[in-house]
Design a protein around this ligand. Structure first.
Ligand code: C2E
Ligand code: CA
Ligand code: CA
Length: 969
């Protein structure tokens, strides 16, 4: 140690020694830093290690020569430049190698030995450099080494260098680095100064110092250069390191940020994948699923593994597999994408709709490498779509099935969309493309437009939700259709209408049907004239108008006389034709403003809405009669028509329609009863007449009910023998106050179907009972005749009833006669009359034709019906007294006719001997009349029969006996 101290203190300039220490420390710490950071960052960066090696090498070399500058031995020294070059090369190379090896082990648990070994190599370089330099020392003397010290120097250098390596590897903290720096410095300095102490120069003047050797001054330049180089490197390293630190801080920041971003994006991705209803999948070119999102298991209910590869195909509905297959793989490849819907079988066997979409990922040669896509459960969507499609289809079908033109009017755009029927029903197929409201306005009938528009504006304005109107609408073919349009108004939150949706229904046909129904309800189908209902309406209207305008109204009612006869004789079609003809004529005859109506069967009426005077009414009636009472030619048949007319005037003959019609009816009935085909206008007493008729019916009913009907018997006298040939039973009824009454008090009842039948029944009962009594009493009544009415023949059982009653009473039908007037031979009952009379006649009942000469006096009737007796009407008999040639001629003709037909003749109403004598002279068989007897009560018949009148005089004497009854009748 002393030697080392002595060497330093006596052979060295201490200032330069200090500088050598500084240079050494600088280089050592620089090298240590470089190596340390290389080790801490993974030890793979050769550049840094090379730099560290270079710094170490140059540092060692510079330290050496700096120290050498301060070395002043006894002899001046020079240096061999070759040795300097070799030494720097050796130390640099070995340092680089050493540091590389030292860093190879890395930090921590690596091969620790490598660091120490690297350090040793650095130390070896240090030793080599020192002693090569020493060997290059040129001095005029001999150099002697103390080899012990040399060994110590090398050991010390190697130790500290190895320690440096170990420390560097051992820890990365600053402390270790400081220790490592100190250790390296120690190694370098110890080796140098111990090595210098081992040197001794022994002067030898024989040795010549070569001129090429470097002097101290030159050496100083080299040392400065080396030091500056080390300093520069150190500075560069410091600056670089600083930059690196800042950069790495930024990099760390970036790294942190990007790792956060990465974590976030990973999370997003995870959520996106896990919760996205679209399940991602990847397949190879052939459709083999390579990967599929985990949600697929939930959606399909199939484990993921089962779906991989071609597994998914097993779960697709067989029909859909076919469909997928039809879209060939080539097409997908060309297109680079596909979109399929198919049903996927669930674990419970049901199917759910899925949608798979895929996009091809192509390689550089444009061939498909993989398919990327998504799978989605769209079952709810498909179900909804199907439901919608169905409902749309149903709606469309419903629209097609209806003839309503559906419209949808958007108020803001003034656009109306139309359904199909706008073409098919309204003839505007082009309107389906949409129209404005103006289009509709243009086609509404001008007369209906105002009302339709008003109702629409009202509905839109008053907050209604519905609108409906009826109007005529011009169709595509130019004709107008009756339309019923209705719509629903859709409003916004403020109540402003935004849209109206509705339908136009063509109701033309319905209206037509309605109209025809209404027309039929109001008109007579045969003549097309207004019927009674419409007539009543029109009459009321006419009276109302007349009241306001203060003019009169005329009413005429017409009735075809004996129309039944036309029907029965010529058939109903002819009767109908006659009615039509009459209707036509009537319409032509009456004024234009008149209303002609058919009130029933053969009854017509005419309303004359503007009539001022009764004369005007008579004038119209006269024209009507003149036009109607003519002979019509109906299909070659000449039909004589007789019409009776009654007329009445408002306000004189009735204050309202009902009264006016009643008055006209009364006038008509009066006209009919008085003189057929006559004119009658209403007069006050007509009403009395009508009322009397009603009273008659009431009386008849009461008499029937209280059994106040009794037959009286008027004898028929044989004009030759003066004997009673029989009796005619005539109806008498007991008035509750006025006593016994002739039938004229209830005459109307004989025309009433119901009452007439009942009266005849009652008469038959009574007459048969009387006959029975007489028979029992031995009264020779000969023959009893009763009067039959048309109504009796309406009943099919008249003959059965009559014959039955006679049979029951044990009376021979030959004792019975039935008197009928010719009117029963015509009309509806004619067929019945013929049959009934034939039956009766066959049974022995004789038939007398009553009132002969007043009716039709048709000879054909005498042949057609089984007539036995002709009763000459009293009107002829009464005229006999006046010796009227004409009437005598008629009676003569009738008697002659009867004789030719082998019929018995009876003269009615014979009141005088003159008449009786004349009749007998003319050959009349029997006579009946007051001359012989009035009708008498049943109990008096025996008396009459008991008398045997020998002459008319005797017969006339019968009367006093009949006094009490004759008075009554
Ligand atoms: P009729 O069948 O022509 O009857 C004869 C009518 O002449 C009877 O009137 C009779 O009283 C009346 N008479 C008889 N002799 C004379 C006479 O010398 N001078 C006048 N002026 N009259 C005479 P009566 O009984 O008032 O009957 C009137 C008519 O009433 C009958 O006319 C007949 O048509 C009808 N009638 C009467 N009884 C019945 C009946 O039971 N059934 C039906 N259906 N009609 C009856
Ligand atoms: Ca009679
Ligand atoms: Ca008569």
């Amino acid at each position: 140690m002393f030697r080392v101290y002595w060497c330093l203190s006596h052979e060295h300039d201490l200032r330069l020694v200090a500088l050598a220490f500084v240079v050494c420390g600088l280089a050592s710490f620089t090298a240590v830093l470089l190596v340390a950071r290389t080790i801490s960052t993974g030890g793979q960066r050769r550049g840094w290690l090379t730099l560290a090696g270079v710094v170490t090498g140059i540092g060692i070399w510079s330290t050496h020569y700096t120290a050498m500058l301060g070395f002043s031995p006894v002899l001046p020294i020079r240096f061999d430049p070759r040795a300097a070059a070799v030494s720097i090369l050796a130390t640099v190379l070995l340092s680089v190698a050493g540091w590389v090896i030292a860093a190879a082990g890395g930090t921590g648990r690596g091969w620790r030995g490598s660091a120490a070994a690297g350090g040793l190599i650095v130390g070896l370089g240090l030793a080599v450099a020192h002693y090569v330099d020493m060997d290059g020392l040129i001095v005029a003397g001999r150099i002697v080494y103390d080899f012990d010290l040399v060994a110590v120097s090398i050991v010390a250098g190697l130790f500290f260098c190895g320690l440096t390596g170990w420390l560097l590897q051992r820890g990365q903290t600053g402390r270790y680095r400081v220790l490592a720096g100190l250790s390296l410095s120690a190694g370098v300095l110890l080796l140098h100064f111990i090595g210098m102490a081992a040197l001794r120069i022994l002067p030898d003047p024989t040795i010549v110092v070569a001129a090429s050797a470097l002097g101290l001054d030159q050496l100083g330049g080299l040392v400065i250069a080396g030091t500056v180089a080390v300093l520069c490197v150190a500075l560069a390293v410091a600056v670089y390191d600083d930059r690196m630190i800042r950069q790495s801080a930024r990099a760390a920041e970036r790294l942190a940020a990007s790792s956060t971003a990465l974590r976030l994006s990973e999370e997003h991705y995870r959520f996106a994948v896990e919760f996205n209803p679209q399940i991602p999948w990847v397949s190879d070119v052939f459709g083999m699923i390579l990967e599929i999102g985990p949600l697929a298991a939930d959606v399909t209910g199939v484990p993921i593994d089962n779906l991989l590869g071609r597994g998914w195909m097993r779960y697709v509905h067989p029909e859909d597999i076919v469909q997928i297959g039809s879209d060939s793989v080539n097409v997908w490849h060309r297109r680079g994408s596909f979109d399929h819907r198919y049903r996927v079988r669930q674990t419970d066997g049901s199917y759910r709709w899925s949608r798979a979409r895929g996009t091809a990922r192509r390689g550089p040669d444009r061939s498909v490498m993989l398919w990327y896509g998504s799978l989605e459960d769209i079952d709810d969507q498909v179900t909804a779509e199907n439901a919608l499609r169905l409902s749309e289809e149903r709606y469309r079908l419903a629209l097609g099935a209806t003839n309503e033109a559906i419209w949808d009017w958007h108020h803001a755009t003034d656009r109306i969309d139309w359904g199909e029927a706008v073409g098919s029903q309204l003839g505007y197929p082009e309107a389906q493309a949409g129209t404005s409201q103006g289009w509709w306005v243009d086609r509404v009938h001008p007369d209906d437009f105002k009302a339709a528009r008003l109702s629409l504006e009202k509905a839109l304005g008053d907050g209604s939700t519905l609108w409906g109107a009826e109007y005529r609408f011009r169709k595509g073919d130019g004709t107008y259709a009756d339309i019923y349009s209705r719509g629903k108004i859709v409003r916004d939150a403020n109540g402003t209408p935004i849209r109206t949706v509705g339908a136009m229904l063509d109701i033309t046909e319905r209206k037509r049907t309605e109209e025809s129904l209404r027309w039929r309800a109001m008109h007579d189908p045969l003549t097309d004239l207004p019927n009674r209902t419409l007539f009543n309406q029109r009459l009321t209207d006419a009276l109302q108008a007349a009241k306001m305008k203060r003019h009169g109204v005329g009413l005429i009612v017409l009735d075809v006389d004996d129309f039944k006869m036309v029907n029965d004789t010529f058939g109903h079609p002819t009767g109908d034709a006659l009615l039509c003809l009459l209707a036509q004529r009537l319409r032509r005859i009456v004024p234009a403003d008149a209303v002609v109506a058919r009130l029933g069967g053969d009854e017509f009426a005419v309303i004359l809405p503007k009539l001022e005077t009764g004369e005007a009414l008579i004038d119209v009636i006269g024209r009507a009669l003149a036009g109607l009472n003519v002979v019509f030619d109906l299909e070659g048949r000449a039909i004589e028509c007789n019409t009776s007319v009654g007329g009445a005037m408002w306000p004189g003959d009735g204050s309202n329609a009902e009264e006016l019609l009643k008055s006209a009816d009364i006038a008509l009935n009066t006209a009919k009863s008085e003189d057929r085909a006559s004119i009658r206008t209403f007069s006050g007493d007509m009403r009395v007449l009508i009322e009397t008729r009603a009273t008659m019916l009431t009386e008849a009913r009461g008499a029937l009910k209280d059994d106040r009907i009794v037959p009286f018997y008027q004898p028929k006298i044989d004009l030759v023998t003066g004997e009673i040939a029989g009796f005619e039973a005539l109806l008498r009824w007991n008035h509750h106050r006025n006593g016994l009454q002739p039938p004229n008090g209830i005459a109307a009842a004989f025309e009433d179907i119901e009452l007439s039948g009942r009266l005849t029944d009652r008469m038959i009962d009574r007459v048969v009972r009387d006959m029975q009594d007489w028979q029992h009493a031995g009264v020779d009544f000969r023959k009893i005749a009763i009067n039959g009415s048309a109504a009796d023949f309406l009943r099919g059982d008249f003959s059965d009833r009559l014959l039955g009653a006679l049979h029951q009473a044990d009376i021979s039908p030959t004792c019975f006669e039935i008197e009928v007037t010719e009117t029963v031979f015509v009309g509806r009952v004619a067929k019945n009359v013929e049959r009934t009379l034939n039956d009766l006649s066959a049974a022995g009942v004789t038939v007398a034709l009553d009132d002969f000469g007043t009716g039709y006096a048709s000879l054909s009737h005498l042949r057609q019906f089984p007539v036995d007796v002709i009763k000459i009407d009293q009107s002829f008999v009464h005229k006999l007294a006046r010796i009227d040639d004409d009437d005598v001629a008629i009676i003569q003709a009738v008697i002659a006719l009867a004789k030719s037909l082998d019929l018995v003749t009876v003269a009615e109403g014979v009141e005088t001997d003159v008449q009786a004598t004349q009749l007998r002279a003319e050959g009349c068989d029997l006579a009946q009349g007051y001359l012989f007897s009035r009708a008498v009560a049943a109990f008096q018949v025996a008396k009459l029969v008991a008398r045997r009148p020998a002459s008319f005089a005797v017969a006339s004497r019968l009367e006093p006996d009949a006094e009490p009854f004759a008075k009554a009748i």
